[in-house]
Design a protein around this ligand. Structure first.
Ligand SMILES: Cc1cc2nc3c(=O)[nH]c(=O)nc-3n(C[C@H](O)[C@H](O)[C@H](O)COP(=O)(O)O)c2cc1C
Length: 185
């Protein structure tokens, strides 16, 4: 198991459906090598972009996708949010996930974790999406709501996007996120 060793902390990475999911593997690898405990949760869409085996190999922990996948003494959303995790990071964060968080839905694993945490541990998210999805007033409104609640948002950067266009929407690089996590914890 990759629980945090000695002075290091536990990071929960939630992945959502974006081509940028491959960057989460690089981040998980850096964190584990540096001694952090890493637990990955993922949506079904995220797992269309990258396989569970990659993260299970990197983190030595099963990827959790299902709120009901626990045991009597381990209810994933409660244990991870209120006990295990020191930081919750959505990386990459889809427009859909951002909307669901802003609406307070709890019918998937991270929605339930987000509410169960209730800001006791820091929540960070790094959006990745097409420029127009990012600029859409619904996405902008949802991010504003989350920021007002104390969620830290790592703005996407400008660059060539997976859809072939150039604009804002590229996921923050794993090296940058690793550096920010090391600064925080
Ligand atoms: C090839 C492809 C790439 C996608 N990339 C993104 C993306 O970067 N950001 C995003 O918000 N949605 C993207 N989508 C759409 C999401 O995967 C879709 O909205 C999905 O329902 C998100 O589900 P989730 O939030 O539960 O992971 C992409 C879809 C496809 C088919």
């Amino acid at each position: 198991m990759s629980d945090a060793s000695e002075n290091k902390k536990n990071i929960l990475i939630h992945m959502t459906g974006s081509i940028a999911c491959y960057k989460a593997a690089a981040l998980a690898s850096m964190l584990v090598k540096s001694g952090y405990g890493v637990q990955v949760t993922a949506t079904e869409s995220a797992l269309k972009f990258i396989g569970e085996a990659t993260f299970e190999g990197l983190t030595r922990r099963p990827v959790i996708t299902d709120t009901f996948g626990g045991k009597p003494d381990f209810i994933p959303h409660i244990s991870l949010a209120q006990d295990w995790a020191d930081l919750l990071l959505v990386y990459p964060a889809s427009a859909n996930c951002i909307a669901r968080m802003a609406a307070g839905f709890a019918d998937d694993i991270f929605g339930a974790i987000f509410l169960a945490n209730n800001f006791k541990k820091p929540v960070w998210l790094a959006p990745a999406m097409n420029t127009q999805m990012f600029l859409h007033p619904a996405t902008q409104r949802n991010m504003k709501i989350l920021e007002e609640w104390g969620v830290k948002i790592f703005s996407p950067v400008e660059g060539v996007l997976a859809c072939g266009t150039v604009g804002t929407g590229r996921l923050a690089e794993p090296e940058d996120m690793f550096f920010r996590i090391k600064e925080e914890l």
